[in-house]
Ligand binder design. Structure first.
Ligand SMILES: [Zn+2]
Length: 158
């Protein structure tokens, strides 16, 4: 994706202050390998995802819940299909206001939102439990489609 500066991101999340956003150091981001910019606030409970859709930037704020109880389970990231044995994913949710009232939607995703690095094999910690032979181009397409689908359900594409 194209490189963003803090001001771009602040304008996407209206009224959010720098500390509310908990922005990472953008100067060290390798934009060329990202399908979306995702980061977790230092508190660990809020996460942010920004993606280019056409020429526009779309942004969503999510709640993050780590699984801390019960036995570790095999779980797949819904966006990049990385398969973890144990606690590699977290549940990311948002509240949607629709004609049918408020409801929560959520996806189990890589807990640090590093899907882009995983599909490009730029991080292997931990390695996926179920390697795929799918070409990286197809993985990128699938990842972008999954983020888009989630954003559409969350009504942030309008
Ligand atoms: Zn993932």
């Amino acid at each position: 994706m194209r490189p963003l500066i803090a001001q771009d991101i602040k304008s996407l999340y209206r009224a959010a202050t720098h500390s509310e956003l908990g922005l990472p150091d953008l100067s060290s981001v390798d934009w060329g390998v990202l399908d979306y910019l995702g980061w977790v606030h230092p508190s660990g409970h809020t996460a942010y995802v920004v993606m280019e859709v056409g020429m526009e930037l779309k942004a969503i704020r999510l709640r993050r819940a780590l699984a801390t109880e019960g036995p570790p389970r095999t779980q797949m990231c819904s966006w990049c299909h990385h398969v973890y044995r144990g606690r590699g994913t977290a549940l990311f949710t948002t509240t949607v206001l629709g004609s049918d009232g408020r409801r929560n939607i959520g996806n189990y995703l890589c807990r640090n939102l590093d899907c882009s690095l995983r599909i490009r094999n730029l991080t292997s910690d931990p390695p996926t439990y179920l390697p795929e032979s799918l070409h990286v181009r197809n993985k990128i397409y699938r990842l972008q489609a999954a983020v888009l689908t989630f954003m559409a359900r969350a009504n942030v594409l309008n």
